[in-house]
Write a protein of this length. Sequence first.
Length: 355
Amino acid sequence: MTSPPSSAAACALAAPAAEEGALLCIDLAAIVANWRDLCARHGGAVAAVVKADAYGLGAEAVARALAAAGCRHFFVALLEEGLALRRALGEGPMIAVLNGFSPGHGPGLLPVVNTPAMAAAWSGRGPVLLHVDTGMERLGLPMAALDQLPPLEIAFVMTHLACAEEPAHPMNARQRERFAALRARFPGVPGSLANSSGIFLGPGFASDLARPGAALYGINPTPGRPNPMRCAVRLLAPILQLRQVAAGTPVGYGARWIAPRESVIALVAAGYADGYLRAAAGRAVGVLAGQPVPVVGRISMDVTAFDVTGLPAAEGEPIELIGPANPPDALAEAAGTIAYEVLVRLSRRCRRRYL
Ligand SMILES: *Cc1c(COP(=O)(O)O)cnc(C)c1O
């Protein structure tokens, strides 16, 4: 995974000063390139899921860049997210609200109708997306509820895959069959099926509108296989202090890490208050001078220690905590979570720079 040198250089130029803390570089060109890549792979239109502030990366900036590249469909989770996005994008693109909302509360937004009560409330009030559950048992009307459906102006009939990141899982074929049956009940109505990983399940999972989120932001939609997407984030934190410690010296809260040999420890200005997940201690690495450097001891709120023994480290220089060579998926694995959670937890405290 490499980013073009231009964006890497731009981020390096923006290397944070010690007193400024961590710097989050968000590569909008990489997000646009990922959207174009997904468009080329999917046999239908491709929306952008920008819920939760575009997975923490900034819904307004991300959606503006994608709209400028030609994206015409956006999904958010909440009414407030939809209203903010409409202000940012102006008229034109479709904005659908996955959690739905009450009539009158979101002019210019399309509700995703998930329940029979919402279907009744929206009857005769304009277009909706009809979300039908095909096996995930999360949101969506049960298939059986379609028999009592009131008249609705359905822009898309949609469903959501439960196991798309596991290509061999039998749920995928089962949900695809149920979706086909669902489409047959609404002839001529466009359908929306795949999320990021669903696009990679092959042409059988194509529909009129895919709804990727994660893959746009560089998260691997094919876990266990090489990541086909471009990394869109870089989290840099400056070295505040270098310490030389003798073998046997405990480092950090709880004295949990004991130097196995004489070591050089770099203390950097980022911690769990920046979204550098505390659970990743003991397994996470940073990157310094192109080399992986392990986190040592506990990750604290504002400071994390790395073993930089033998590397050309200097106070004021940045260590890359997340980036193309050290992607969100790697930090997620270290922390026992998924890269989605890594991104949405990147905190407001990190200064942000859009490339
Ligand atoms: C979040 C969400 C998506 C996007 O999923 P990714 O795995 O991030 O691509 C698509 N559809 C629905 C209904 C969602 O809730």
